[in-house]
Design a binder for this molecule. Structure first.
Ligand code: SAM
Length: 273
């Protein structure tokens, strides 16, 4: 059994987590064990997860909880630091990071609405130590339109993060876009069932360089990328060509595009089934 699952089960207080989370926790948090690091969890509930984090990471870890419910302050008697506040309030975060400085691990297990998740992420990225991780939990709420989550929508957490995917690609000079703060801080984003994980690594991040080994041996290569003469033929064979397009068959570019769209539409259908 995973060490962290044992720590979850033996916690003296109750906690609720999905069973697939423990493998993810262990894979991304192992390297922080017995280190002088700070973990912050939003959403304390009955407090069980605070004990799980401490038992997993060891005594050197500083464990901080954030909660709307003022009663959560009672967990301070067990040595945790508790802040009462609203994760969807940017002013709360400014004050929080002013008081605590940068952190290493952020677990968002709070209210799981779009605004709460997005505000937490955006106010925290710049306050993460190098090598840190932001783990947003219960991201299935991006696809729920009940319990007040109002999704799917263009402002769901998952849709929001796809904009950040573009930011990562700005590190490639071929994209010809200036790197922004997120391009310089987020090394990678990992998607799991109900968890999105952000790996922060500022040191590694600058424009990517194109490498070509043995250049003298093979200075050039023939790129067949756009040499696909059969598109129109396949297109007709598959009976996609309407009378309209038959009459414009000489417009190879247009036909190829319709051909491509139809193929991709078929794959999309498979995804959305
Ligand atoms: C799912 S529970 C947390 C569970 C806990 N981490 C555990 O493992 O059992 C969610 C908690 O988030 C708190 N919460 C909800 N909205 C919040 C907000 N906007 N800011 C801070 N905490 C919030 C709730 O009061 C609740 O205690």
């Amino acid at each position: 059994m995973k060490k962290i699952l044992k720590n979850f089960k033996s916690s003296p207080h109750s906690s609720i987590k999905w069973d697939n989370y423990f493998e993810i926790y262990e894979n991304c948090l192992n390297r922080f064990i017995n280190k002088n690091i700070t973990l912050v969890e939003i959403g304390i509930g009955n407090g069980g997860s605070l004990f799980m984090w401490r038992n997993f990471l060891g005594k050197k870890a500083k464990i901080i909880g954030i909660e709307l419910n003022p009663e959560a302050k009672k967990f301070e008697k067990y040595g945790f630091k508790i802040f009462i506040g609203d994760q969807s309030d940017p002013a709360f975060w400014k004050d929080f990071y002013n008081k605590n400085g940068k952190i290493d691990i952020l677990i968002d297990d709070g209210g799981h609405t779009n605004l709460q998740q997005i505000t937490t992420l955006m106010e925290s990225v710049e306050n993460m130590n190098n090598g840190g991780v932001i783990l947003i939990e219960d991201t299935h709420t991006s696809f729920m339109n009940y319990k007040g989550f109002k999704n799917p929508s263009k402002n769901s957490l998952i849709n929001f993060t796809t904009n950040i995917i573009e930011n990562l690609h700005r590190r490639n000079p071929m994209v010809k876009k200036r790197m922004n703060d997120l391009s310089k801080k987020i090394y990678s984003i990992e998607y799991f069932d109900s968890i999105v994980l952000f790996n922060i690594n500022k040191k590694k991040l600058s424009y990517s360089k194109n490498l070509h080994n043995n250049k003298k041996l093979n200075p050039h290569f023939i790129d067949y990328r756009f040499k696909r003469p059969n598109a129109i033929k396949e297109y007709s064979q598959e009976n996609f060509v309407t009378g309209f397009f038959k009459s414009k068959i000489s417009k190879k570019g247009l036909i190829n595009r319709v051909y491509e769209n139809n193929i991709i539409k078929k794959y999309l259908k498979k995804i959305k089934k």
